[in-house]
Design a binder for this molecule. Structure first.
Ligand SMILES: Cc1ncc(C[n+]2csc(CCOP(=O)(O)OP(=O)(O)O)c2C)c(N)n1
Ligand SMILES: [Mg+2]
Length: 794
């Protein structure tokens, strides 16, 4: 049974001053919500979603939230962020307006919609600052329950910091694992799979989580009868409750308007989580939404009158006021004064934020008006007038006017025109910095800054199975870097299904090399959260085909992290998987186009063998970027030689390798088709066709050296071979070579792509042969290409 707290018997541990400070903040936060909605309706902001009705539980949560702790929450948590001093009212409005100045809007520099919170734990250079001297919030994302996978990792890090003594000196990240990870979620979002997956994983792992569900009975317009079995998440989850003999959760329920009970509940929960590392679930019921879901609609449309009346009577701020008066903590008059002051602060914050937001734009606008006037062109007068009349001008208005004005003077050569052009050049750079920067790490540890140290071989270099090269690499990383750990399905005891970690759990301990449940999206989340906290996880997705289960977390959370925080947060996570080719519909996948399209922000590396993979792992461990490494599923038992300098050897990202030099055509490929293409190239050699074979090695980034377009200058013909569907990754590769690198200049023939068929591969040796590109296909297609060029010869 859940522990239910009601305020009958509570003696509050807070002082009168603390209680009134909480009330004052509740009023200021509420006023921000009320004004915020009006700002949107006045056209000063595009959209608003606010935390009104959820003030009290957040104040109670903030009371127990300590330095070093973590939040992984959602868009209702403004009061909490204010209470832990990580959001001022002015910053609240700056985000509503999308102010791009990071000093003013530190969560995302205007990139994230309002209500998307984040603290910064990197300095301007992108290097870590202490997380234990401050209160931390991971950066929110909009997809409901998308915050849950990462919560697993934020809490799991505390377990590692507590139980791995070698990490006890990392006091900037953890004080021996005493930090609690606080999750927040709306009642309706608990219907998502990733909520249940994370809740289960947290229970299995027994990690310090305090998970709050703000239950306002609705998810936009849909009442909880449609969302939750028994209409109650705490009832539904009763099986999680720990007992004397079984580990589990401590479950609490408490009403969202009952301040003293809320304070007590959070105090009880956090003690259990922090001291015992037992997760707690707090179901906060009877929460309201005074203004409805968001600015895009009104709740009068779907809430019954009775519910609306109840929401008014049980408004948490009102109930706190009644309680304060009843308990004689303050008088009505004192509260009136306090409320007036709090509301005034909100209004002043709004005005200051708006003024600051506009003044940046107006600076540009005034400059452009002046430059347009200097053009002295009557056709431009209208543009000037329109700009001057804008009440809420945007940067786009200003740039648009400047560009249109230039069209009117395109045949002139005047100083005024040159000045305007120069201005546009300057703001182009500024806007690129504001809107298009920081997709990847821009710190000195960027993966692009790690240079190659070539593999060295001698007569003594042992010839082994490919998987043993990886095993030696991982052994070295685990031996030298205590912050490295590996998790995944079957990774622990048996050392992964292909045995690259074989024996390493025995050698380094269960805490370093660990089995997990079958739960791809929270395996990724476990890695993200731990990486946010300074650890270096290698998380495994057993087969590339199952990356789809984790794609949402990878794409929405990890891939956007640096971008959406304007470089305020990073999670250098290494995701290891294996794919391209083995057996059948679900163990041969190579959905590279999907990956390339969904994961900009994560580097994607496609080593052709295990030695190249080891070089990439070494590179990534020196860097602070996240990356996906796709090993070749059919390569673990192929023989490779372990480089003598395996522990130092690194590969640079974006540097292809020429596997075979040639003059007649350039074949670009990667991963397991490298072997297929080399086979074909050798067959072609026998008929006098001389192919240059290039292994792209990394797809994100793709050939930063220009090696491929250089090769085309010699061969004048391009063939791309991979195992994705037609128009998948090969389309991306074509775009990079043809458009980005101007490869089309050199072409004398139509570029060819030789890919897998559009269906998934059929089972069995023949299924593989007739589904995926094979050496004979490559041979035949290139023969036809050459025959077109020289029908007599071929
Ligand atoms: C994956 C996903 N589906 C749909 C939405 C659109 N959406 C935004 S909020 C919301 C309702 C969430 O309700 P609840 O979890 O109860 O939180 P509340 O807003 O009530 O606090 C929906 C459907 C979304 N953001 N993400
Ligand atoms: Mg709700």
């Amino acid at each position: 049974m859940a522990i239910e707290t009601t305020n009958d018997s509570i003696k509050l541990s807070l002082t009168q001053e603390e209680i009134l400070a909480d009330y004052r903040l509740a009023i200021e936060s509420r006023e921000n919500s009320l004004i915020g909605r009006k700002e949107v309706f006045m056209g000063k902001a595009k959209f608003g979603i606010f935390g009104d009705g959820k003030e009290l539980p957040q104040l109670a949560m903030a009371r127990v939230f300590e330095n070093g702790d973590w939040r992984s929450g959602y868009y209702r948590d403004q009061t909490f962020m204010m209470a832990i001093d990580q959001l001022s009212s002015e910053q609240f409005f700056a985000q509503l307006y999308a102010h791009t100045n990071v000093e003013v809007e530190p969560a995302s520099a205007g990139r994230m919609m309002n209500g998307h919170f984040a603290t910064r734990f990197l300095d301007e250079k992108g290097d870590w600052i202490s997380q234990t001297n401050q209160k931390n919030s991971s950066a929110d994302i909009s997809p409901t329950a998308g915050q849950m996978p990462r919560l697993v990792g934020l809490a799991y890090a505390s377990k590692l910091y507590r139980n791995n003594k070698a990490l006890h000196n990392k006091s900037d990240f953890s004080i021996k694992g005493n930090e609690v990870a606080f999750g927040t979620i709306g009642n309706a979002s608990t219907s998502e799979g990733s909520f249940f997956e994370a809740i289960n994983a947290i229970g299995v792992l027994q990690v310090p989580v305090v998970m709050s569900v703000w239950d306002d009975g609705y998810g936009i317009s849909v009442p909880k009868g449609y969302h939750t079995t028994k209409q109650s998440i705490s009832k539904l989850l009763t099986g999680l409750q720990r007992t004397d003999s079984e580990k589990g959760y401590e479950i609490f329920t408490v009403r969202g308007w009952d301040y003293p009970s809320l304070v007590e509940t959070y105090q009880n929960a956090v003690k259990i989580a922090r001291e015992e590392h037992v997760p707690c679930l707090i179901h906060v019921t009877e929460v309201t939404q005074p203004q409805g879901h968001s600015t895009s609609g009104s709740h009068e449309r779907y809430k019954p009158k009775k519910r609306l009346q109840w929401e008014q009577a049980y408004d948490c701020n009102l109930k706190m006021r009644e309680w304060i008066i009843e308990e004689q903590i303050a008088t009505i008059e004192e509260l009136d004064v306090l409320e007036t002051g709090a509301k005034k602060m909100a209004k002043e914050a709004r005005s200051a934020a708006w003024k600051a937001y506009l003044s940046d734009i107006k600076k540009d606008l005034n400059q452009v008006v002046e430059l347009l006037e200097q053009l002295g062109n009557s056709d431009v007068t209208g543009l000037i007038g329109k700009l001057r009349e804008e009440i809420t001008p945007s940067k786009a208005d200003v740039v648009r006017a400047a560009k249109k004005a230039l069209r009117h003077v395109q045949n002139e050569d005047t100083e005024a025109k040159r000045n305007l052009t120069a201005w546009l050049g300057r703001v182009k750079e500024k806007h690129a910095h504001e809107y298009n920067s920081k997709l990847y790490s821009e710190s000195s540890s960027s993966a692009l800054n790690v240079s190659a140290i070539p593999a060295e071989y001698s007569d003594k270099s042992p010839l082994v199975d490919g998987r043993e090269v990886l095993q030696a690499c991982f052994d070295h990383l685990l031996s030298t870097m205590p912050e490295v750990f590996a998790i995944g399905e079957d990774v622990g005891k048996i050392g992964d299904v292909n045995q690259a970690f074989a024996g390493l759990q025995e050698k380094h301990g269960e805490i370093r090399v660990t089995d997990t449940g079958i739960r791809e999206t929270t395996i990724i989340g476990q890695g993200i959260g731990a990486a946010l906290r300074g650890l270096r996880p290698i998380v495994e997705i057993q087969y590339l085909d199952y990356l789809l289960y984790a794609l949402q977390t990878l794409s929405d959370d990890l891939a956007t992290l640096q971008y959406r925080t304007f470089g305020g947060q990073k999670a250098p996570l290494i995701i290891r998987t294996r794919g391209h080719r083995l057996e059948g519909v679900w163990h041969s996948g190579s959905p590279m186009g999907m990956i390339l399209n969904a994961l900009r922000g994560i580097y994607v590396l496609t080593p052709r063998n295990m030695t190249q993979a080891a070089g990439f792992y070494n590179t990534l461990m020196k860097s602070d970027d996240p990356a996906l490494v796709i090993e070749s599923l059919n390569g673990y038992r192929l023989k490779e030689r372990i480089p003598d300098n395996l522990s130092d050897f690194t590969l640079a990202l974006g540097v292809p390798e020429i596997l075979k030099e040639g003059t007649d055509a350039t074949i670009v490929t990667y991963g397991s088709t490298c072997r297929v293409v080399m086979d074909a190239a050798n067959q072609l050699e026998t008929v006098g066709i001389n192919i240059e074979v290039i292994d792209a090695q990394t797809l994100l980034p793709f050939d930063l050296t220009g090696m491929i377009s250089e090769s085309l200058k010699k061969t004048n013909r391009l063939v791309i071979v991979d195992e994705d569907v037609s128009g998948g990754a090969s389309a991306y590769i074509l775009q990079q070579i043809m458009e980005r690198d101007n490869g089309y200049f050199s072409l004398d023939s139509k570029p060819l792509t030789i890919t897998g068929h559009d269906h998934r591969p059929a089972y069995g040796t023949d299924g593989d042969y007739f589904s995926k590109p094979n050496a004979e296909d490559v041979f035949d297609r290139i023969m036809s290409l050459m025959r077109e060029v020289n029908p007599e010869k071929y």
